[in-house]
Structures are given as C-alpha cells and as structure tokens.
Design a protein around this ligand. Structure first.
Ligand code: GLN
Length: 551
C-alpha cells in the first residue's frame, strides 16, 4: 500500500463583521505557501441551506462564480483561482444544504440503521469526510478551509465543531481568525474589544486561534497587538496586521513583511523557506508605477440595497479588466453606467464618447435591456471597442438583427416571447428542463470546448483553434438566423465542436467588436489575462490614442 501524503489543514474563520475580505486573506496565505514551493488548494464553507449558489440573488450574495466542472459557487472561489492560478472544482464548496442532504439521504437508505442520527457525530463526520476528500483528491500539501459567516452565527456552529474535531483526531491543523477592528470617528482610535469578544466566542467552541489577523483601515500598532495578544491568549508575534490596500494582490507581500509565511511554517514544525515571489513583486511594482489610464465603461444593471450599491455582482469582470489593463501598462478607470438612463434620455448616449471601450456584461431579467441595446448600437456605429459577455453577445445579435438586417422587433425570447424574429432562443435541451419548471440547475454550465475559426479576430486573439471557456446560460443564438446575420457582415468565429451552436460573434469591419456566449472573465488570472479582455484593452488604448491625436 502506498503511504498517504501528509497534509496540513488551515482553517480561516471570521469575526465581528462579515465582508472582511477573508477570501483575499485565504488566497494570500495560499500564495505565500506557493511561493515556498508547496502545493496548495483552498475550499469555502458556506453555511446557507441552498445546495449551491445557483439560485441565490446576486444583490444579496455578489456574483455567482462558475467552476470549470460546472459548479455555481460563491465568488471566493474566484479569488482563490485568480490568486493561486489553479482550477478549483465545485467539490471545494461545502454548504449546509449539501451536508444535510447527504446525511438525510444516507439515513433513508438505511446506512445508519439502528442509530439515532445526530448533528454530532453524523453531520460533523460528513463535513470532515468532505474536507479530507478534498485533501486526498487535490494531493495538496496545504488545504485552506475558509469558514463563511462570522463566529457567533447560529449557522456555522457545526462547521466550527468539525474544525475542532480535526485537531483532536491528530490532524495537522492551524486556526487563523480574521477579525475587524473599528476606528470610530468620534474616538479616532482603533478599538480591540470586538476582536476580544469574537475570540472568546471562538473559544466557546473549543478553538484557540493560532493567529489573529486584525482587519482594519490602518495597520495595527504595537499597542493594539499587545492588547490583543494578552486578551486573546496568543503571542504578540502572532497578531498579524491586515490593513486596507488599494490593490488586493499586494496582500501576500504585506503579510510577508510580518513574516507571516514563515510563522505559519514554524507552527507546523517546518523550517523557514525563502519565498520565491520576485515575479509577483515586480508585477506589483510595475502596477504601482503606472500613470497612464484606460477608461472602460461597464453598461450593466445596477441594484441598490437600501442606500448602498453592490458592485460585487460583477467582481470577476472587474478583476479581468484590471488584469488585462495592467498587462498592457495601464491603470483601468471603470465607469459604471446604468443602462436605464439611456432609455429615459437618448441624448445621454453621448457620454460614451468619452470612454475608450464598452463592456456589456452577463445578466438576467428584462430591466435595462433596451438601454443596453442602445449602447451597443452606439458602440457599433461609432467604432468604440466593444466586448459582450454572454447576454452582451446576445444583445449585440439582437441589435444587429434589428438595425442592420432590418428584422423589425427582433429579440430574445427571454424578454419578448412573442417576437416575430426570435434571434436568441432557448437551447432545445433547456426547453425540456424548463417545461418541468425546475429552476435550480437548469443552465448550461461550466467549461466547454469552443472551436475557433481561423482568420478571425477570435483566432487572432486566442492563437488557437480550440479553447475551453466557462458558460452559464439558458439561451443561445437561434441557428435559423445565422445565415442572414452573416450575409450582412456579422461573423461567427467560435462554435461548438459540432458546429451547431454559435459561441463567439464579431464584426470584422469594426475596429474591435466581439462578444462571447461564455464568460471569459472566469478564466482571467492575475498574471495571465484572458485573451478577449487583453485584445479589448489593447483596442481601447488604441482608440484613446486616436482620439487624443485627433483633438
Ligand atoms: N440570460 C441569458 C441566458 O440565460 C444570459 C445569461 C448570462 O449572461 N449569463 O442565456
């Protein structure tokens, strides 16, 4: 029998408030370990009862991330992939729903016959089984497990309990608690009390953190570190500062200044290792030195939650724009444009003149659709670089059908079921599923092969005839309209390997106009921008230069 690989587990919990950027902390810890030559993977525990994030409202939860193997997951998995440059499968997202579903299923199958099935040990056993399976399948040296929510929440208690038991069972385990330190304006001083309470709460579950990461607007000073150390029962050295940064990718280097990487190794009984982070450092230095900009407009649908807006719904698009801009030595300036304003006042379209490139991102639902179509027409007619992502491509087809092919009232049946020209329609297989009206898991999801036509812009950008990109949609370009669209100058440059479904569309006459049925933002990595975004940014920079020399 072969010897099982020794694996080390790091649990990351959160305290005081949610939305602390635990995902970024987790990713940064992983990066520091990668810099030391270790194989790392990460997983996210979401304590909600939904089986996955597919049916969650984006306004509440931020974007839905799509994994290569077709999972619809919390956006933190996206951060892990972007930082660590690895594909993370859907099994690395554990929800309460999955765990209970499995336990109840087993109970019905008689697998626990004669036993009283209980939260402890049956539910906690199932949680640990999933975590160990991740370790085994990934063959990682380190498995990072981010426990969602905040310590003290009702819903993550069983996950904390499982985390506690893992150490008891002699696994090599470390606990890192990320907690918030407010600096109330009226006091002007950073306060530690809330952190103390959250560590005490963690203690109630039998977990003593090995490190406390203090998240605050500013770095923690010695006074705060001492205080936290004393009250939270850790070494002063093990209180790590996690200040606000203008660029999240800097965090692994900021942690390194506190020797966090080597301190983690030391807790596991390992010797310090010099991190090989030269390339990352050079990249950060280059980004910091950039002075020239590129202005990208994202024409989307914006939701307000009370008085707050939620840009998180497009987080992967934002990151992909950043990666591609930095790659081309530009600082991106992102303009959020609510498409509804064009519907109210067509004159407002002229604001797009001041923008170097326009993205119409993915989306669902009728709101703002006509405004997006107006923006696409404007970009097409004025030669403004355009990138359409999923819904963005679909609407580009609608716009072209209406205004170039003369197909009056052409539309997607998602928005107008009675359109005389359904240029965008349901995939036949989705029609079947929807007939049974099961909304969960009814989409075409995950990585699929796209065949690229040589001699096109898409081919020019990808440089190959086959790529794998990630999808999340129900509608497609109606094959019946491909011929007429192409006869008027729209080119389908990417399709399924059987040539049946069109996946990329472009207009060769335009300086840069391309849209994809997939979401290229999901495969963009910090140091490896996605080719479509890369090309789009280059075209936007060219336009900027042309506009400047013309004026
Ligand atoms: N609503 C469209 C569809 O289902 C587009 C989806 C998307 O943009 N991800 O096909």
């Amino acid at each position: 029998m072969h010897k099982k690989k020794h694996v080390r587990y790091i649990f990351i919990t959160g305290g005081v408030i949610s939305g602390l950027g635990k995902g970024i902390v987790t990713s940064s810890i992983g990066k520091m370990l990668q810099f030391r030559g270790f194989k790392v993977t990460a997983c996210k525990i979401d304590p909600y009862i939904n089986y996955d994030a597919g049916t969650l409202r984006p306004t509440e939860h931020g974007e839905v991330w799509v994994t290569e193997d077709g999972g619809e997951i919390d956006q933190d998995l996206g951060h892990y992939e972007r930082f660590l440059d690895i594909n993370i499968p859907k099994s690395h997202n554990i929800t309460t729903g999955q765990v209970f579903y499995e336990v109840i299923k087993r109970e019905r199958e008689g697998k626990y016959l004669g036993q009283t099935v209980q939260p402890i040990p049956h539910v906690t056993d199932e949680i640990k089984r999933r975590i160990r399976k991740i370790a085994e399948e990934s063959k990682a040296d380190f498995v990072l497990i981010e426990i969602g929510g905040t310590v003290g929440d009702y819903e993550n208690v069983l996950f904390l309990e499982a985390a506690r038991q893992m150490k008891l069972e002699n696994e090599d385990v470390l606990y890192i608690h990320v907690a918030y330190l407010p600096i109330p304006k009226s006091l002007g001083e950073m306060k530690t009390k809330a952190v103390q309470h959250s560590v005490r709460e963690l203690g109630r579950f039998g977990i003593q953190p090995d490190f406390i990461v203090g998240r605050a607007e500013k770095p923690l000073d010695d006074v705060r570190k001492k205080k936290i150390a004393l009250f939270c029962n850790v070494d002063e050295e093990d209180v790590i500062s996690d200040p606000e940064v203008d660029n999240i990718y800097k965090l692994p280097l900021i942690f390194e200044e506190e020797r966090f990487g080597d301190k983690i190794l030391s807790k596991f009984g390992l010797q310090p290792i010099k991190p090989r982070n030269e390339e990352w450092k050079r990249f950060i230095e280059r980004v910091e030195s950039l002075s020239e900009t590129v202005k990208i407009g994202i024409v989307g649908k914006y939701f307000d939650i009370g008085k707050f807006k939620l840009p998180d719904a497009y987080i992967s698009v934002i990151e992909a724009v950043k990666h591609a801009s930095w790659h081309n030595n530009r600082k991106p300036i992102i303009k959020w444009i609510d498409s509804k304003i064009f519907e109210k006042d067509r004159e407002r379209l002229s604001m797009l003149d001041g923008i170097d490139g326009i993205i119409v991102p993915g989306g669902f639902g009728k709101t703002g659709i006509e405004g997006k179509i107006m923006a696409i027409q404007y970009a097409r007619e004025r030669g403004i670089p355009f990138l359409g992502l999923c819904l963005g491509l679909q609407l580009a087809v609608v716009e072209f059908a209406r205004n170039v092919c003369g197909l009056k009232n052409a539309h997607s049946t998602e928005f107008d079921p009675n359109t005389p020209h359904p240029v965008i329609d349901l995939l036949p297989e989705q029609k079947e599923i929807l007939k049974r009206s099961r909304y969960g898991a009814t989409m075409r999801l995950g990585g699929q092969t796209v065949k690229i036509k040589p001699g096109t812009l898409a081919y020019n950008l990808y440089g190959r005839t086959e790529v794998i990109e990630r999808f999340r949609h129900r509608y497609e370009i109606n094959p019946r309209y491909v011929e007429i669209l192409e006869s008027k100058g729209f080119v389908f440059s990417g399709m399924t390997p059987d040539n049946r479904i069109m996946q990329i569309g472009e207009i060769p006459e335009h300086p840069f106009f391309i849209g994809s049925q997939f979401h290229p933002e999901f495969t963009s990595r910090v140091l490896k921008p996605n080719p479509l975004f890369d090309g789009f940014i280059r075209a936007s920079i060219r336009r900027r230069a042309e506009m400047e020399s013309a004026s």
